[in-house]
Ligand binder design. Structure first.
Ligand code: MG
Length: 265
């Protein structure tokens, strides 16, 4: 077959270089008809995408987990979570939600993830007090390194790159779609993990997209490194990591979470 193809190519090549005189002769020659393109030639049908289903939204969840998600918190227990030191997670699970216990510190998933879609619902208590960063502060840390900020920014001003929906100290949210204290907010976070060169630099940086109550607030934002409270972003060579929920040290009333799920990509 290869030999036949090569012969065809030679014929085409010779016809191309044979000059104007030869062209007049060639106009009488009958070449094989070329196949015309049809729409179906550039369409393919397999593999078909897997069907996933989404339950009807209830008062217990703004966006119920699709069938292919790993549920990290379903309102019953913290069996998928632990403290960073490996001890049992001990925040207050009640009424289908979990409330931060600031005396117990952060909690993080037992499992690690690379690229993912993460859904988290969170609520600032109705009786929240404090101001600026000291009002309902928490956060979702991707790989335990990159914080998507949680804060009550409903009528509460703070530095924009530390507002709810910011990638802390790196990228302010595009808009502020927060609901008022006592209501539930949702984050849908898409994370593409970084890759690294052998000498420990980013080959490709971490990339984050965030929908905040269904509204885009981070659009494929490129992180410069870790989200530091003080100082510059650092490059930490790690391609997988847990999801961490922050227990912030401010004295305001603790926030709550519910309906947390993840889809690995
Ligand atoms: Mg925070």
């Amino acid at each position: 077959m290869k030999h036949v193809l090569n012969s065809c190519c030679w014929i085409v090549a010779l016809a191309t270089v044979s000059g104007a005189g030869a062209q007049a002769q060639d106009s009488k020659k009958q070449y094989p008809k070329q196949m015309e393109m049809e729409a179906g030639m550039s369409e393919y049908w397999v593999p078909q995408p897997e069907v996933v289903t989404i339950a009807e939204a209830t008062s217990d969840a703004l966006r119920p987990a699709p069938s292919d998600a790993t549920v990290l918190f379903d309102g019953k227990d913290l069996s998928k979570w632990q403290r960073p030191d490996g001890k049992a997670a001990a925040w207050w699970v009640h009424d289908g939600i979990v409330t931060v216990d600031k005396s117990k510190g952060d909690i993080q998933t037992k499992d690690e993830y690379r690229d993912f879609q993460l859904h988290v619902e969170w609520s600032i208590p109705k009786n929240i007090s404090g101001e600026g960063q000291g009002r309902g502060n928490s956060g979702v840390y991707l790989h335990n390194l990159y914080e998507v900020q949680i804060l009550d920014t409903y009528g509460n001003e703070t530095y924009v790159n530390g507002a709810a929906g910011s990638l802390y100290k790196q990228s302010p949210p595009l808009v502020n779609p927060i609901r008022k204290p006592g209501e539930w907010n949702e984050y849908d976070i898409l994370f593409t993990a970084p890759t690294f060169t052998k000498d420990g630099r980013y080959r490709t940086p971490p990339i984050v997209t965030v929908l905040f109550n269904g509204v885009l607030v981070q659009n494929s934002t490129i992180l410069q490194g870790t989200t530091e409270y003080i100082g510059f972003p650092r490059t930490v060579v790690k391609e997988t990591g847990p999801i961490l929920l922050q227990s912030h040290g401010d004295p305001s009333e603790p926030i709550s979470f519910r309906n947390i799920w993840i889809r690995e990509l």
